[in-house]
Design a protein. Sequence first.
Length: 112
Amino acid sequence: MATLTEARLKRIQPLLDLYRAELSRTQNLNTGQFETDLKDALKLGYQELKGIILDLAKRGNYVLLAARYMEGGCPGVVSEFKATLARLYGIDHYDSDDREVKQREFWARAFA
């Protein structure tokens, strides 16, 4: 997996800010387009992009953007993202019995 260097952040910051504004306005993210735009801008594949997303989840400005992307997996959340999402939701592990409740609470606080 790739890491989010300062050079990479500088390259994708306009995209991140655009998608963050959209997420703030609509509470939704077109994860497919977001992924495509990031892969194109960084010249990375899907597997490499996972590391970038995990690093974004540690940056205050982009935590919600990363979380929404990580949740948008099809058919479900990929294993690499589960620990980070659990931490964000405040649970011990992603498959916790109270994950759905904690997830809703997380987003309610985020968009309050």
